[in-house]
Design a protein around this ligand. Sequence first.
Ligand code: PGA
Length: 243
Amino acid sequence: MLSHLQFPDHEMMSANTADIIADTIKADPSLVLCMASGHTPARTCELLVEKILNQGIDHSRLSFIGLDEWVGLPGNNEGSCRYFFEHKIFSPLQMDPSQYHLFDALSNDLETELRKMDQLILKKGIDLMVVGIGMNGHIGFNEPGTPFTSLCHVADLDEITTSVGQKYFKEVTTLSRGITVGLGHLMNARHLILIANGARKAGVVQRALEGPVDPSFPASIVQRHENVTIITDFEAASLLGKS
Ligand code: PGA
């Protein structure tokens, strides 16, 4: 089942997304949560931390999986996904390192990184997965053409991803590969939430929800998911029903 929640602005959609995540943790304290970093979920993460702390929600048994990472980027680089999660989630919640699982993008054995994450996901399953959508329709670093059955993998990044990705960095940064949880895992997540905001994303949201379901546009996979909630602001939803 696909449902679409729309809100007037990014703040309200972030608050509602954070509510859903917080309520899910409340209902199942040993939840396995897989999340994307990026500009779209940033506010959701901040509000989620506030809610967890203000409401005293038990997060001591929560397991957290980071969706992806730029290969070769150290975790102290402000544009890395590790930096994002450490500052927005792990440190404010004082999470124990045993609770979170991020790809080590500096490893010289990425194959082992991939298999470790695959095994973890296959063993525990992802209960809730929160992802964004890129300007080329990617989810995580599942770039156009990625098979819908893919497990964790290393991807050569699309030109759109490497140019749009510069927005996360203070200086021009060479980005060429990404390591990511694959679309096969996303399909098996018990609940998937895809978030998008801003007029810039209206075209990709329209294509994801109303275009052909095809690996050339990875986010179209949401149309096949059994339990997916799309959460957008009005701007990102503005082209729906108009083609
Ligand atoms: P953004 O990234 O949330 O920073 O727009 C989305 C993505 O590329 O997946």
